[in-house]
Ligand binder design. Structure first.
Ligand SMILES: Cc1cc2nc3c(=O)[nH]c(=O)nc-3n(C[C@H](O)[C@H](O)[C@H](O)COP(=O)(O)OP(=O)(O)OC[C@H]3O[C@@H](n4cnc5c(N)ncnc54)[C@H](O)[C@@H]3O)c2cc1C
Length: 506
């Protein structure tokens, strides 16, 4: 009796990619706490240690312009950098940074040090009239005005390899309570999605003679800064499957968990298992890329070989490729099936439609990908803080940013497979570029900053970055003294002018 209940404006549940952005963004506007089960889950790259890629890099640039941390973490922990789509137009060129898993995790922990963190598990969420009560596994309770639920990947998850099905929690040690069950009582609908991951191989057991090395393409700029100090690069290596691999996959495809009807969740076409790709297309070859997992890691990631086939088939399949004749497998590929809320359960501000004050972000909303999770985290964090202060929440224009597009698509009903951002989803893809992200997101960055000092910092940073980013075409110089800081509308006008008149080329 008499236990003191701590009161917050916003509590963020979970500290994956969505949680860390949500906490970081909300912390600038309100009193927050972040609840996380395990320190090892903080900023964990569950699968491929890479940030960016097609359209995802545009999303990370937008996030960085808004003060998100993902771009900076990626730049600081880079091991290999690539620019995709170099043969295509500038609008679809994308940065992809392979990162050192441990450094990324450690840098994420550094960010948490500045926030109020509670290492515990949320076991119940009770919606009171104007507050929300969170019960923790340790028995303590938190009262808050708004909650961001970013509990991610392993909601009532099962791991599949062939016929074998194991219930999993994160990080594969304990099964976490499915937080979604808590929302059942409020009528929130949810469904099952599925995704798979490729085998991890021991680096030294691969014969690299049969592969094609892919050195880093080092651009001048990363997501957040100049990359002048980027040394110590690692290589990726590409190779192809062959007819023998095709035969083995075709003969054994019936043993995959999806074909056997064990895994019924809808899967993403972007990480489709190699066996499904083979069955569903006439292509007999598949390109695979060996990617480093980190500077001191013994293992590598085999991008393109997503599979949940039985282990003996995985070994047989790999051994058909000359580079893998004697390969040792550190971890077999597996599929994961998990719960997500149905699309349309949240509105475009990421607030649950029938439970005010509860914002959802990340994989739990039906997206897949670190970048998508981080973007949602940022918006949910800001909106939760705005809600806690009884201020209007933000809904973004889907034509103006990939941020807006992502939130718009997740808030519409009818999403059947895990959602991944793609330039094909928007008619304005030509305008939504990496380099103009800072310009497009500036009004929102200023609007979501509470103090004049922070606004000044953002403005100064904007001018600096804008000048640098526009250097090669620096025809239009910005004179910051012309635009008084306290007149935000002038800034917005400036941004609109640059956008609508197409005065800048990038
Ligand atoms: C097998 C597999 C392969 C994938 N491959 C890729 C890939 O190659 N590239 C890619 O971009 N994405 C990939 N993804 C998707 C990506 O991992 C997720 O989209 C992303 O990590 C989701 O981030 P999140 O913040 O929503 O959740 P997570 O990163 O899962 O974080 C969830 C957090 O919530 C915490 N938590 C959970 N329950 C509670 C509770 N009750 N109380 C307190 N804390 C709690 C956890 O401890 C954790 O900190 C893959 C996913 C899977 C399952």
């Amino acid at each position: 009796m008499g236990n003191k209940i701590n009161m917050y404006d916003v509590v963020v549940i979970g500290c994956g990619h969505a949680g860390i952005e949500a906490a970081n963004a909300a912390d600038k506007l309100a009193k927050i706490a972040i609840v996380v089960v395990d320190q090892n889950d903080v900023g964990r790259l569950a699968c491929n240690p890479s940030i960016g890629g097609l359209t995802k890099s545009q999303l990370v640039c937008e996030l960085t312009s808004l003060g998100g941390v993902m771009g900076e973490l990626a730049d600081k922990s880079a091991t290999h950098i690539d620019i995709l789509n170099t043969s295509k137009g500038r609008a679809v060129r994308s940065l992809r940074i392979q990162v050192d898993r441990k450094t990324y995790h450690n840098l994420s922990l550094e960010i948490l040090k500045k926030l109020s963190v509670i290492y515990d598990e949320v076991v119940d969420i009770i919606h009171l009239t104007d507050k929300i009560l969170l019960k923790l596994a340790s028995g303590s309770e938190l009262l808050t005005k708004a909650v961001v639920v970013a509990t991610g990947t392993f909601g009532r998850a099962t791991c599949h390899i062939g016929k074998c099905v194991v219930p999993v929690g994160s990080p594969f040690t304990k099964r976490q309570n499915c937080i979604l069950n808590l929302f059942k009582k409020y009528g929130v609908r949810y469904k099952r999605f599925r995704t798979s991951t490729p085998p991890r191989l021991i680096k030294n057991s691969i014969n690299l003679k049969y592969t094609c090395p892919m050195p880093s393409m080092v651009p001048l700029y990363g997501f957040s800064r100049k990359l002048t100090s980027f040394i110590n690069r690692l290589y990726c290596f590409s190779l192809h499957t062959n007819e023998e691999t095709y035969r083995i996959l075709k003969d054994n495809a019936i043993y995959s968990s999806t074909q056997m009807g064990i895994s019924l969740g809808a899967g993403s076409k972007h990480c489709a298992p190699i066996e499904s790709r083979i069955i569903n297309s006439n292509r007999k070859y598949q390109r695979l890329i060996i990617e480093p997992e980190g500077f001191d890691e013994e293992t590598v990631y085999l991008n393109g070989a997503f599979t949940s086939l039985p282990v003996e088939v995985q070994i047989e399949m790999l051994r058909t490729i000359p580079a893998f004749k004697n390969v040792q497998i550190a971890k077999f590929g597996y599929g994961v099936e998990y719960d997500v809320i149905c699309s349309g359960e949240v509105d475009a501000s990421l607030q649950l439609r029938n439970i005010p004050g509860i914002f959802m972000a990340g994989q739990i909303c039906g997206s897949t990908g670190y970048e998508e999770a981080a973007a949602q985290g940022w918006l949910a964090g800001v909106n939760a803080a705005m809600y806690s202060k009884s201020l209007p929440v933000y809904k973004l224009n889907k034509l103006y940013s990939y941020f807006g597009l992502l939130m718009h698509d997740l808030s519409r009903r009818g999403l059947r497979t895990p959602y991944r951002i793609s330039s094909a989803r928007t008619p304005t893809r030509n305008k939504l570029r990496q380099r103009n992200a800072i310009l497009r997101m500036l009004p929102l960055a200023l609007a979501t900053t509470s103090t004049k000092e922070r606004k000044q910092v953002i403005w100064a940073d904007f001018v600096k970055k804008f000048k640098i980013l526009m250097e090669p075409n620096a025809k239009y110089k910005i004179d910051s003294s012309k635009f008084k800081l306290n007149s935000d509308h002038k800034l917005i006008k400036l941004v609109q002018m640059y956008n609508t008149c197409n005065k800048y080329k990038c």
